[in-house]
Ligand binder design. Structure first.
Ligand code: PBG
Length: 330
């Protein structure tokens, strides 16, 4: 018996050119931000375990790396400054601000430079803020005060964007106010608005010297980062950050929180960034090294998922490899 009117879905899958034609989403290096780490007090740059092609840079190697990134088509960066000197209550912006100034002096408007704003690389104990005398609580007010001071210094040094990643309450408003008072009203503010308390930050904490190191009664960051089982918190935090003046919002990590990204990006009409964090990126790299996965194609698949879920901006350690990876799958 002949069946009529069968749905032939394979007709649209039959050749590379047809598949190319009907695709709804495309990933481009133009939407990617490459993280950079610059570390005080080291003489040679150091590779970061798990993140192929990512280094803890010296001031000199940082400039060379950005130069080669520009050649690879990457023009957008987020800088993590890791000063040699650590403190507990008051923090100096000069190391990171100096690196921002030297990048901007060299590359000017050829690059878009965001600066991550947090204290975890600045504190002796590795918590993201000022810890109280009892050692069991990250103080909100004094932390926000220090963060706003750092953000202002980074913006004055020439950062195009400041990106608070600490998860204190009120930091977006405080940073925006400090910028506006200094007439830096054109400096963008990208908030890590939906940052979850995640185990996927492992390699980053090596790169940025940012693991909680003890010396306090706090063993992790659960009292300020969002619980993975409480997505309403991510909504409340993101709405609040819009009200306080954030220009760009973010979900972090990426793949384990695609549901959050899809929902929030449809509910809140702002540019959405996603941070493909170190553990996600390294996971693909390690599988590929074991011969268990095709690395480049898997990276492109993950990036496609982010775009499908509503991200316009992707922060990824693979930005500098993206052109090559994208060509290899097209
Ligand atoms: C904290 C910060 C973290 C990342 C970016 N900013 C990690 C943390 O909270 O420990 C993670 C990025 C990554 O894992 O790639 N200031």
């Amino acid at each position: 018996m002949v069946q009529e009117k069968r749905l032939n879905l394979r007709r649209l899958r039959q050749s590379p050119l047809i598949r190319d034609l009907v695709r709804q989403h495309r990933v481009s290096v133009d939407q990617m931000i490459q993280p950079l780490f610059v570390v005080g007090g080291i003489r040679e740059r150091e590779a970061v375990p798990g993140l192929t092609g990512t280094f803890r840079e010296t001031s000199e190697s940082l400039l060379r790396t950005v130069e080669s990134d520009l050649e690879a088509g990457v023009k957008k960066f987020i800088l993590f400054g890791v000063p040699a000197e650590k403190n507990t209550h008051q923090f100096r912006a000069d190391f990171t601000a100096g690196e921002i100034a030297s990048l901007k002096k060299r590359f000017g408007k050829d690059i878009f430079l965001a600066a991550d704003v947090c204290l975890c690389s600045y504190t002796t104990h590795g918590q993201c803020g000022v810890v109280n005398a009892e050692g069991d609580h990250v103080e909100n007010g004094s932390t926000v005060h220090e963060l706003a001071k750092l953000a202002l210094a980074y913006a004055q040094a020439g950062a195009d964007c400041v990106a608070p990643s600490d998860m204190m309450d009120g930091r977006v408003g405080a940073v925006r106010e400090a910028l506006d008072e200094a007439r830096l009203d054109q400096t963008l503010l990208m908030s890590y608005s939906a940052k979850f308390h995640s185990k996927f930050y492992g390699p980053f904490r090596v790169a940025a010297d940012a693991a909680p190191k003890g010396g306090t009664a706090l063993k992790d960051r659960a009292t300020y980062q969002i619980d993975p089982s409480f997505p309403q918190d991510a909504y409340m935090s993101s709405i609040r950050d819009v009200e306080e003046g954030a220009d760009i919002l973010m979900v972090k990590p990426g793949l384990p929180y695609l549901d959050v990204l899809a929902k929030l990006s449809s509910q809140i009409q702002k540019p959405w960034a996603v941070y493909e964090v170190s553990g996600e990126y390294a996971g693909i790299e390690l599988l590929a090294q074991q011969g268990l996965m095709q690395g480049p194609a898997a990276h492109v698949e993950a990036w496609t998922a982010f775009v499908r879920a509503g991200a316009s901006i992707i922060i990824t350690y693979g930005a500098r490899h993206a052109k090559k990876f994208l060509e290899s799958v097209s």
